[in-house]
Design a protein around this ligand. Structure first.
Ligand code: HEC
Length: 145
């Protein structure tokens, strides 16, 4: 095999490996979230969910959060946030600011242990507005443990 073929083989191999990984995790391409109609928040992260009731467009935040969650989080955390056991059940996150802080920490930093990515840094792909909309949706489903 000359160098060019070797390189080609390597690329094909890497490509196959990547798509096998992608398939194992379902759809891995995070989807941009359209947050038109919600207050835009700028770059600085809030500590508290700005879309919680009595926020005027709370209902719209829940709607946006529903589809954003389904497209970006459900493959690991389960449809309607009912965990199938792969990842924690997000209906049980604390409501209110304590839950907000933990939510924010996780979506910004993801979950990496011993170099293995258990959860990607979702804030690299989804805007702060999109993520707080997801948080608003999750709070609408809250259950006590
Ligand atoms: C590739 C799978 C995967 C995706 C996609 C994913 N997560 Fe996670 N998430 C995990 C795993 C696994 C954990 C547990 C990490 C640990 O044990 O350290 C976790 C933990 C969390 C936690 C902390 C829960 C707790 O009870 O401690 C939050 C909050 C969270 N994820 C939110 C989200 C949101 C919101 C999205 C979508 C924007 C998302 N995750 C997408 C796998 C994923």
């Amino acid at each position: 095999m000359n160098n060019k073929n070797a390189l080609h083989a390597l690329l094909v191999w890497a490509g196959l490996g990547f798509s096998a990984l992608a398939m194992a995790h379902g759809d891995v391409t995070p989807q941009a979230v359209n947050t038109e109609g919600l207050e835009q928040l700028g770059k600085e992260w809030r500590d508290e969910n700005p879309y919680r009731a009595p926020y005027a467009n709370n209902k719209q935040a829940i709607e946006i959060g529903t589809s954003a969650y389904t497209q970006n989080c459900a493959r690991c955390h389960g449809l309607e946030a009912i965990s199938g056991g792969i990842a924690p059940d997000l209906r049980m996150l604390d409501p209110g600011i304590e839950g907000d802080e933990w939510f924010k920490e996780r979506v910004i930093n993801g979950a990496v242990r011993d170099g293995a990515v258990y959860m990607p840094k979702m804030a690299d792909y989804i805007s702060q507005e999109g993520l707080w909309a997801i948080r608003t949706y999750l709070e609408s489903l809250h259950v006590e443990e």
